[in-house]
Structures are given as structure tokens and as C-alpha cells.
Design a protein around this ligand. Structure first.
Ligand SMILES: Cc1ncc(COP(=O)(O)O)c(C=O)c1O
Length: 422
């Protein structure tokens, strides 16, 4: 006997009145239009154009280094390029193995291939969604580790670095701008921190990225790796090119343009206000969901003292035969009138990570296949099978929005428990 109203997906009344909208994304900062307009009129649209006064890319680099508590920031055109040149800057040998968590966006691993290395996939802790130090300690021949801060949780980089025993740990902080671990900002805990500023991220200019590091020599090398072997001159002269052909390594062009940089300077101004709203809403949702059975949030480490929500997973306890997470995502979307979606499969089964499809990667692809023949990912499989995701923009609303999410999650969980899904 079903105690509840029928689910919206089955024709029942939805938890949320269709007349009420959700916050949209992206949110343009107050200074965004004038910043873009200024670049348009400046006559300098790229760092490779003749110098015409202060470069927005330099402004953003300075501001983002300060935001992440690091000494240097090298902006890039994408988060994946940031990962590629971070890997290249390590000076590893062709085919060296790099540990990557199995539950992340494909770029965390495809960037490793692009740098001539082999990603080795490791399981994640199903409670947190992140790589755990134990999984790192179990590896014997790893040349570097990519620690991904996933969804809304940060990986324990200090513990991972200890377990990695001298091997470089690169933070993939594409989903974690502004998060803090024991007071230290995401991106500042490893050898380098890589960020994405793609449209869906909390700090965005459409497509963009950045690397932060405390090491000045590495920062110079990263500049060359992302600007066709060129780095900034010591002093910039009006009408002359800002980059000089220093050529200590072979680079490629991964430069962020001046429009993107100016937008990021403006958007950074509102990032912490947005974090405050999202995080207060998340705390409220945590309280509202605490008494609900059958669905929960990810476990949060007490060491993570500031959240940066990218996606918020709602993790269901289980599904009856014939029902899966896609059904739960559809049912929640119908209750809430906002897109609730499913995590992608772990990378070991991802159609987006098939290196054998590119002939130039053949030797690396062969190693990749061999290394993964007998590896298992029960933690990543469990989470990918039981979670559905909400985008961070949903958390830019208010208390009523959180009440709706909690009510919808509870309604769907009760129907699952009662086997009343049709
Ligand atoms: C964890 C992670 N790493 C890397 C990237 C790649 O960033 P981009 O799309 O800017 O290349 C993303 C983007 O979604 C990501 O989520």
C-alpha cells in the first residue's frame, strides 16, 4: 500500500510548483560586460599580440594565485591543457604510469596520454568519491599521482602525498575552486593544482583553465609549455611582443585569450559570495536529509573546512530489480523541474577513454590495456550505480529550494522502498 501521492514521473502532482524557476547558470558578475568591452576596444586580444597596456591574463594570474594561496598561476585555454602541461613539466619518461582515480571526467586520464604517459586507474572510496591514501600506497611503480577533488569533496592530498612517498601529486581541482582542506586552498596542496574554467564550473569564462604552483622555475617552464616555447619578458614594452622565445623546452599553444582572462577577473569577484550561498544551502539540505532513509549525501571529511560545490550527489541505498539510477534521475527531474542527471561510468568502462582509437597512441594504449586486465573498481562502480547529481547552480537559490530537493528525494526514496515505481 503506497502512503504517498503518486510520483510526478507516473502522472502524480510534482513536489515543486512548475511556476517556480531555479537559478540560471552562468551568472554574469556586475563588472563582466564592461571588462569584455574594454578588451574589445583595447587592440590587444591575446598575449601573443603587441603589448598595449596591462594584460588581463596577468591580472587574472595574480588574482587567482592570491585566491589559491600560491605564488604563481599560469592560465591556460582549458583545464585539460593545464593537466597536459602539468604532466609534461614533471620530466617523466615516455610510458611512465600515472595514477588517476577511476571516477572522474575523462580529461583527468586522457591528459596523461596526451603527455605521453599511461594512466593507471585506481578505485575511489565510495563514501567520499575520492582517491584514498590506501589505494595509492598499494601501487608499487607509479611515477605521479593525479588527485581529483570530485563533485563537492576534496581528496586528502596530504595523506596521498605521504602514501605516494616522494612521487609528485598533482591536484585536479577542476571542480574545486575555493575549497579548503585544513585551511589550505584547493590547488595549493600538491606540486601543482590544475583548474578548469569551462562553462559548468563555479568560476567560468566559457572555456579556460589555470595551473597554480609555488615553484618559480616550474612556473616558467609551464609558461613555455603553454605558449609555444615562449615566456614573458622581464619588462613589457608598449608595441612589442610580451613573450620572448626563451625555448628551453618544446611547447604548444594553450594560451587563454584576453576576453576569457578579463571575464575571469570579473567573475572571481563574486565567487566567494556564491560559495557562501551554496554552502549555507548545502548545510540546510544536509540537515533536511539526515532523517530520510534510503538516500544520503556523500560523507564529508572534517578536514575539509570549506566546501566548493560543483555537483551534489544524492546517493540511493539501492534499487529494486528493473530500476536503476537513470530512473531515479528521471523521477527527481519530474518532481523538481530541474535537470537531475547520472554520473558517468567509471573510466575503466568509459567510451570516452579508448586510446586504441588513436593510432599514434598505440604503444601507450597497449600498456593501458595490459595494466587494467585484472583491476577492479567496486567503490567507483557502487557510487556510479547509486548516485544522481544536482548542478551547483541549484544551490544558488534559497531555503524553499532545499526543502523541495529534500521532499523530492524523500518521496522518490519512499516509493523505491515500497516498490511503487510504476
Ligand atoms: C575533474 C576534471 N578534470 C579536468 C577537466 C577538464 O577541464 P576542461 O573541460 O576545461 O578541459 C574537467 C572538466 O569537466 C573535470 O571535471
Amino acid at each position: 500500500m503506497v502512503r504517498d501521492a503518486p510520483l510526478a514521473v507516473n502522472g502524480g502532482a510534482a513536489v515543486r510548483d512548475r511556476g517556480r524557476s531555479w537559478p540560471s547558470w552562468p551568472v554574469a558578475a556586475p563588472g563582466a560586460s564592461s571588462a569584455l568591452e574594454a578588451v574589445l576596444r583595447s587592440g590587444s586580444w591575446a598575449i601573443s599580440s603587441p603589448y598595449r597596456g596591462e594584460l588581463q591574463e596577468r591580472r587574472f594570474a595574480k588574482a587567482f594565485a592570491a585566491y589559491t594561496g600560491t605564488r604563481h598561476c599560469v592560465p591556460t585555454d582549458h583545464g585539460s591543457s593545464a593537466l597536459v602541461i602539468a604532466m609534461e613539466s614533471l620530466g617523466l619518461d615516455y610510458g611512465d604510469p600515472v595514477l588517476v582515480p577511476a571516477l572522474t571526467w575523462t580529461a583527468s586520464a586522457s591528459a596523461v596520454f596526451r603527455a605521453g604517459l599511461v594512466p593507471v586507474l585506481a578505485d575511489v572510496d565510495p563514501a567520499t568519491g575520492c582517491l584514498a591514501a590506501e589505494a595509492v600506497a598499494a601501487e608499487t611503480d607509479i611515477a605521479a599521482v593525479i588527485a581529483v577533488h570530485w563533485a563537492c569533496n576534496m581528496a586528502d592530498v596530504p595523506a596521498i602525498a605521504k602514501a605516494a612517498d616522494g612521487v609528485h601529486v598533482i591536484e585536479d581541482a577542476a571542480q574545486a575552486h575555493g575549497g579548503r582542506w585544513e585551511g589550505r586552498p584547493a590547488g595549493s596542496l600538491g606540486t601543482m593544482g590544475c583548474f578548469s574554467m569551462q562553462h559548468s564550473k563555479v568560476l567560468t569564462c566559457g572555456e579556460g583553465g589555470a595551473i597554480v604552483t609555488d615553484d618559480p622555475e616550474r612556473a616558467g617552464l609551464l609558461e613555455e609549455l603553454r605558449a609555444d616555447s615562449r615566456r614573458y619578458r622581464d619588462s613589457l614594452v608598449e608595441g612589442e611582443l610580451p613573450l620572448t622565445e626563451s625555448a628551453t623546452t618544446l611547447g604548444a599553444n594553450f594560451c587563454l585569450d584576453e576576453f576569457g582572462a578579463s571575464l575571469l577577473v570579473a567573475q572571481l569577484e563574486i565567487l566567494d559570495e556564491q560559495h557562501t550561498v551554496r554552502n549555507a544551502n548545502y548545510e540546510l539540505l544536509t540537515r533536511l536529509l539526515a532523517p530520510v532513509t534510503g538516500v544520503k549525501l556523500l560523507t564529508r571529511s572534517p578536514s575539509q573546512d570549506k566546501l566548493s560545490l560543483y555537483e551534489v550527489p544524492l546517493v540511493f541505498e539501492g534499487f529494486p530489480e528493473g530500476i536503476d539510477k537513470s530512473w531515479a534521475a528521471t523521477a527527481l527531474t519530474a518532481e523538481l523541474g530541474v535537470r537531475v542527471y547520472t554520473p558517468r561510468p567509471p573510466l575503466a568502462r568509459s567510451r570516452l577513454l579508448e586510446p586504441w582509437r588513436k593510432s599514434t597512441l598505440a604503444p601507450l594504449a597497449e600498456q593501458f590495456v595490459k595494466r587494467h586486465a585484472d583491476r577492479a573498481y567496486p567503490g567507483a562502480d557502487h557510487l556510479a550505480a547509486h548516485a544522481v547529481l544536482l548542478h551547483h547552480s541549484v544551490f544558488l537559490g534559497g531555503e524553499e529550494d532545499m526543502a523541495d530537493i529534500a521532499a523530492a528525494a524523500a518521496k522518490v526514496a519512499r516509493h523505491l522502498e515500497e516498490g511503487a515505481t510504476r
